[in-house]
Design a protein around this ligand. Structure first.
Ligand code: AMP
Length: 567
């Protein structure tokens, strides 16, 4: 048919090209160990282009996966655009995972090139030593040439400095155009089996998602905003915020590894942040700082909170500080934002409050349903079901694994919830038994298996116990073998070196026998009902609130080393 609209492939490189052309002077501010770093979107696009040239020199080909172990900084932003923009796939890896899991991810994704922060040098050495020969060819440290750390890597792995790599290029590079359904980013999430599984985003899914994020009732970013993503770029592409910001020309204020309440508050004030996003425990840290010091926000207006349910008290506390919280829900498999909560007109105050505290309504581009068996439950605000998703930025399954959707094309989220008549979704439960501590998943199955390795343990269950700071912490419940004995300390000690420090259970409860269902499976629901409040009720051993959080609150990974769980 003649006279139709133009057609163009949706390319992630277009975001940064647009920002460089139309919002050239908008800032990217990064908090680094050496101080505040500033550059513009125009600088960022040029450096990303040079980096794309350099990737070619490192023999990175279209479709190759390239790993990052990095904080939110301008360098990570450049990597996002250079890797995806040159048709390779950016595999953002969570540095707080156990080295064994990181090695699994790098091996599974076959990442030949790894970009890592200097402080992760010991981690990189550990991980490299666990990889089959030939997987990793090059490690690029995110620093200037003189700052490359000494690191003992297996033979054949080149070590380079990021800035030298970028500076060696002239920027004479044209962003390629290719099929918009090509993979752009790969992000691993912990599945119920405990093995991370990869979710593979495309240029098209990312573009549509980023544009949807900029709807007024979603993130609604504007060129006058200054956005602080406190959600890490190593997890679900920081909720697509780096992409949405470049489309809107919004200044980005990157906190780097400084995620404690005092540092975030300082950055918000110093850099005149208007909009900030992150998991509830990050904002609890900021709130604690503000309460302790009596400080006030002079520019912050809005916050998007998600990743775990935002507590009701937090909405009120930030309201009182003049900051409006917007609740968002999603998961790695949904890129991640699927719903956002915003008020609607014409409802009574009680309904308005319930809707505001809910996980919100679907963004245009995704659809939701809740099912019981094969029947879709009605949107009556009472009946809950298993929530399923369908849409432009919803995964079909996992990298290198068969499709995970239902026969009619819906993705089962593992979350359980209900809808009200206006389409607001309220999550009631999580069908998975994973523990979500400070925004990070901890697999209960992994922890149970380790406990079962102790000779005195007959049976072990690990549940998510409510925690005032990290939302949830693992609680180990054990039945000992008849006549056997073991102390709390002995049981907790067996986790040392087997899991990341923050994944070690907070406490141990000893029981005669664990409850079982009709098919012989552990009845975790009963355990949660009985012991879910164990850590908030006050108990014998310290609630370990001094323990560093998984991904937030602690300033960096090295910082965790000297800390010890109270025993
Ligand atoms: P992840 O894939 O690590 O981002 O985790 C996704 C899971 O976090 C979801 O399936 C939910 O169980 C949980 N989650 C995310 N956002 C919220 C929210 N706003 N309220 C309650 N749970 C949430």
């Amino acid at each position: 048919m003649l006279g139709l609209m133009q057609y163009e492939q949706m390319m992630i490189s277009d975001f940064i090209v647009h920002a460089a052309r139309h919002h050239a002077r908008a800032e990217v501010v990064s908090r680094l160990a050496e101080g505040i770093h500033r550059q513009t979107y125009r600088d960022t696009e040029l450096r990303a282009r040079k980096l794309a040239q350099a990737l070619g020199r490192l023999d990175v080909k279209p479709g190759d996966r390239v790993a990052t172990l990095a904080w939110n900084t301008y360098r990570h932003l450049e990597l996002y655009f250079a890797i995806s923009g040159s048709a390779a796939v950016v595999n953002t890896v969570n540095p707080r995972l156990a080295p064994e899991d990181i090695a699994y991810i790098l091996g599974h994704a076959e990442d030949h090139v790894l970009f890592a922060e200097v402080e992760f040098a010991p981690l990189v050495a550990d991980v490299a030593g666990r990889l089959p020969a030939g997987v990793l060819r090059t490690v690029v440290f995110l620093c200037a040439g003189h700052a490359v750390p000494r690191v003992a890597l297996p033979g054949g792995i080149d070590v380079m400095a990021y800035d030298a790599l970028v500076d060696a290029e002239d920027g004479d590079y044209a962003w390629p155009r290719f099929d918009e359904r090509s993979a752009s980013a790969l992000c691993y999430t912990s599945g119920t089996t405990g093995r991370p599984k990869g979710v593979l985003y495309t240029h098209r899914s990312t573009t549509l998602k980023a544009m949807a994020m900029n709807a007024a009732d979603a993130a609604g970013l504007r060129a006058v905003d200054r956005l602080m993503p406190a959600v890490p770029m190593f997890h679900v592409n920081a909720w697509s915020l780096p992409y949405a910001a470049t489309i809107a020309g919004t200044a980005l204020v990157m906190p780097g590894r400084f995620l404690d309440g005092a540092s975030l508050y300082r950055l918000i004030e110093d850099e005149r942040v208007t909009f900030a996003c992150g998991v509830p425990s990050v904002w609890l840290g900021v709130l604690a700082h503000v309460r302790k010091t009596g400080a006030r926000f002079s520019t912050l207006q809005r916050m998007a909170v998600g990743g775990s349910a935002c507590p009701e008290s937090m909405f009120d506390a930030y309201d009182a500080l003049g900051v409006t919280i917007m609740h968002a829900w999603g998961m790695t498999e949904s890129s991640p934002v699927a719903t956002v909560s915003n008020p609607i007109a014409g409802v009574d105050p009680a309904t308005a409050r319930r809707q505001r505290l809910s996980q919100g309504r679907a963004l245009f581009g995704v659809d939701l349903r809740a099912t019981r068996g094969s029947t879709e439950v009605s949107w009556d605000g009472e009946t809950s079901g298993d929530i399923e998703l369908r849409g432009h930025w919803i995964a079909t399954g996992y990298y290198q694994l068969p499709s995970g959707t239902t026969p009619d094309g819906w993705f089962p989220t593992g979350d359980v919830g209900m809808f009200d008549a206006s389409g607001f979704v309220l999550l009631t439960d999580r069908s998975k038994d994973l523990i979500k501590s400070g925004g990070e998943w901890i697999s209960s199955i992994d922890l149970e298996n380790i406990a079962m390795g102790h000779p005195a343990v007959a049976e072990a269950a690990v549940i998510a116990a409510k925690h005032p700071k990290w939302d949830e912490r693992p609680l180990l419940i054990v039945a000992l073998k008849p006549g056997a004995s073991a102390t709390r300390e002995e049981l907790l000690a067996i986790y040392e070196g087997k899991v990341a420090r923050w994944a070690v259970p907070d406490d141990v409860v000893f029981v005669e026998e664990l409850p079982h269902g009709a098919t012989g499976k552990l009845l975790k629901t009963a355990l949660r009902a009985r012991y879910g409040d164990h850590l908030v009720r006050g108990k014998t051993a310290g609630a370990s609130s001094a323990e560093p959080p998984p991904s937030i609150g602690a300033e960096d990974v090295d910082d965790e080393a000297p800390r010890r769980r109270p025993t």
